[in-house]
Design a protein around this ligand. Structure first.
Ligand code: ADP
Ligand code: MG
Length: 683
């Protein structure tokens, strides 16, 4: 049996320097190495006639060396140049290498070679610079399909390819099959060893597809089974609470200072319905930023409390919890409903008092942060649990709080929409409600994407807004430890803005590494209007309401996901003032421009998340951890949607017949679930 946990340093060709480089790619052991899948494959198998090549294309040519220009030394940059003239039946081509003296005697005139590289065609002259090559008939670098890997600085494709080849040789087809025989047969899947070999080094693209299909199948099946087993663990088939049909939501709705939107009413009807059933509610409420999810939670809380139960709502930050506290109290206190705030910042005495009252049932609604997950937080009869901004919490936390009641109803609220198709599959364990409409009279946030050239104008615009009495957010990406990335760091930027550009105003900054208390203080100061400009990382994305903030500037906007930009943008436009979002970006790739365009053209979070997925692919979309979904090594949820659907129903069938995957034919699946997701699954 092959030891896949073997340190990568023992692989042939891997010295101490390369270990560091491989580690940087997340490759630590043999398993990491052989499952480091290529980003794409380059077809170096089909030769082109020289007369047919197109300027700028990468081509394979088969040509005879006809003459060479001896080494030339350039005096200025101290470079040596070596040129070789080659010819096929149709034309000649000049090949140039720089600083590669060892090639001087490599080619024999009159012999045939294959070359692969980019050609340039200028005035009928065909040229190549530093192509890879082989003696004709050999296939080391050419004549086949070559895997291309995502790389790190200082590690070349050739080197990594060689190391992976060595790794595969060491494995020598000794991998233990991970899928049961009956599935391989039924779905016509390639065995594991062939798949792993061919995903790297396929003979042709058909082989590659066959290998990929099997690996994607395995990855998706693993995820689906893990999700379902998890669901089995925490959803109880036992009875839940049926809340009273006599408590009408309209009783509280009628007291609101505004009319609910159609979407809010529809969602409330779904929730009302669930609450009256004796099956525990497990519902995801998706709604764009500002769509009014909080009031939905308040109305549900009313129903729960008036039916004789307690309700708890958990928010990701103390300040957000405090904001909820304000809104809950405003609406519910006139019905005699008692709300309390439980965050870690309160005094010990106050906390003891709250915990006691909670146990006695003298508090109806508990609003708080993670602090309410602690063991000593006990309810008298918790009936409804709401978690706000779901992507901040994991399933286990959801579970922890639910277990403080007896099968309470659960509502999960999130403002990071994901496309419905995807949500249905990935949150298979939750029913979904969507608020797809904003309250009327919301002013559109005007969004502009600008390059550095307009920096001065942007600053002037910010000043103009502040002079009119408004406040401004400036958001920048996280401080990266990677030096290659020149993203603006908050601290550096704050200094510049504070001491130079906006020195006549009150500028403060906020970042994730600050103490929660410090953060809350600054946020509160901003809310009170004592700070004009708040510079921040994305910690502000989860929302505090500052209606006076009318402008947001995002630095290096190209580094954010669209869904995230949208979420951030939702921090402005919360009051009566016309609001603006200015996206400063660098780089001029098509994708960047398209993404900026999407942000300028739409304010609809669902469309944005759909586009984000399309433009970035699922890897990055989910890689941001925005959605808290598992990451995939090979599957691409966009392309592999059909496969995901079929795998989903398969997984469901398997789990129904064998909930714990104990049957002998499913033993391998149990292992798959453990291996893949055992530790990491937090959704
Ligand atoms: P989110 O969905 O982002 O959590 P909130 O619940 O914070 O949004 O709502 C944003 C603001 O809109 C709040 O001030 C809330 O009182 C208000 N609001 C909610 N529903 C409506 C409505 N139907 N009409 C007008 N204002 C509303
Ligand atoms: Mg909210």
């Amino acid at each position: 049996m092959i030891d896949l946990s073997q340190d990568v340093k023992y692989i042939k060709g891997v010295g101490p320097n390369r270990v560091v480089l491989l580690n940087r790619l997340g490759i630590y052991n043999l398993k990491d190495l052989i499952t480091y899948y290529p980003r794409e494959h380059e077809d170096r198998s089909k030769p082109t006639n020289l007369c047919d090549v197109i300027d700028g294309e990468e081509v394979l040519i088969e040509a005879v060396a006809v003459s060479r220009v001896n080494e030339i030394r350039t005096s200025r940059r101290n470079m040596t140049i070596y040129k070789l003239i080659v010819r096929d039946q149709t034309a000649t081509c000049t090949i140039t290498w720089y600083n590669q003296s060892y090639l001087k005697n490599r080619f024999k005139l009159g012999e045939k070679y294959t070359f692969f590289g980019k050609v340039s065609v200028k005035n009928g002259l065909i040229q190549m610079t530093a192509p890879v090559f082989d003696d004709y008939g050999k296939t080391k670098n050419t004549g086949k399909i070559i895997p291309i890997y995502p790389l790190t600085y200082n590690l070349s494709q050739n080197t990594l390819r060689q190391i992976i080849e060595n790794g595969l040789k060491q494995v020598n087809n000794q991998l233990e099959e991970t899928l049961p025989e009956y599935l391989l047969k039924e779905y016509n899947l390639l065995d594991l060893n062939s798949s792993i070999n061919k995903i790297h080094f396929p003979k042709d693209f058909k082989e590659y597809e066959t290998a990929r299909k099997r690996l994607v199948f395995e990855e998706l099946l693993g995820m689906q089974l893990a999700l379902l087993s998890l669901k089995n663990k925490y959803t109880v088939n036992e009875k839940g609470i049926s809340f009273s049909k006599d408590v009408k939501m309209s009783e509280v709705i009628n007291t609101l200072p505004f009319n609910l939107t159609k979407a809010q009413l529809r969602v409330l009807e779904e929730i009302d319905n669930d609450m009256e059933q004796d099956k525990p509610m497990n519902r995801l409420l998706q709604g764009d930023v500002g769509s009014g999810k909080t009031v939905v939670a308040i109305i549900a809380a009313y129903k729960a409390v008036k039916s004789g139960y307690q309700m708890a709502i958990m928010a990701p930050t103390a300040i957000l919890a405090a904001q909820h506290m304000e809104e809950f109290t405003k609406i519910l206190s006139k019905f005699g409903i008692r709300c309390e705030l439980l965050i870690s910042a309160i005094t010990k005495k106050k906390k003891t008092e709250i915990l006691e009252k909670l146990k006695q049932g003298e508090i109806d609604v508990l609003i708080g942060t993670h602090a309410m997950l602690e063991e000593n937080v006990e309810f008298k009869n918790l009936g409804l649990v709401v978690t706000d901004e779901q992507h901040r919490f994991g399933v286990r936390q959801r579970q922890t709080i639910s277990q403080k009641g007896k099968n309470p109803d659960v509502l999960v609220m999130t403002a990071t929409p994901i496309p419905r198709t995807l949500a249905l599959i990935l949150y298979g364990d939750l029913d979904i409600s969507i608020i797809d409409e904003l309250p009327p009279n919301r002013k559109k946030i005007d969004t502009f994407a600008v390059t550095k050239a307009l920096e001065q104008r942007v600053n002037n615009f910010v000043i103009k807004q502040i002079e009119e009495g408004r406040q401004c957010y400036i958001v920048c990406p996280l401080v990266e430890d990677n030096e290659e990335i020149k993203a603006q760091s908050v601290v550096e930027l704050a200094r510049k803005y504070k001491e130079e550009v906006f020195k006549q105003y009150k500028v403060e900054y906020l970042h994730g590494k600050m103490k929660p208390k410090e953060k809350d203080e600054i946020m509160a100061e901003f809310k009170n209007g004592n700070i004009d400009i708040l510079i921040s990382t994305t910690v502000i994305e989860v929302g505090v309401n500052v209606p006076n903030a009318s402008i947001m500037v995002v630095e290096n906007a190209e580094r954010f996901g669209l869904a995230q930009l949208h979420q951030l943008r939702g921090r402005v436009g919360r009051g009566e003032y016309k609001s603006y979002c200015i996206l400063k970006y660098q780089g001029n790739s098509d994708v960047i421009r398209q993404r900026m365009k999407v942000m300028q053209e739409t304010n609809d979070g669902f469309i944005i998340s759909e586009k984000d997925l399309e433009l970035r692919g699922t890897g990055e979309f989910f890689g941001t951890k925005q959605h808290g979904l598992p990451e995939f090594k090979i599957a691409n949820l966009f392309e592999d949607m059909p496969m995901l659907k079929s795998v989903q129903s398969l997984a469901l069938k398997i789990i129904q017949q064998d909930p714990k995957l104990e049957n002998s034919e499913n033993k391998k699946l149990q292992k798959l679930v453990d291996d893949k997701f055992g530790q990491r699954l937090e959704i």
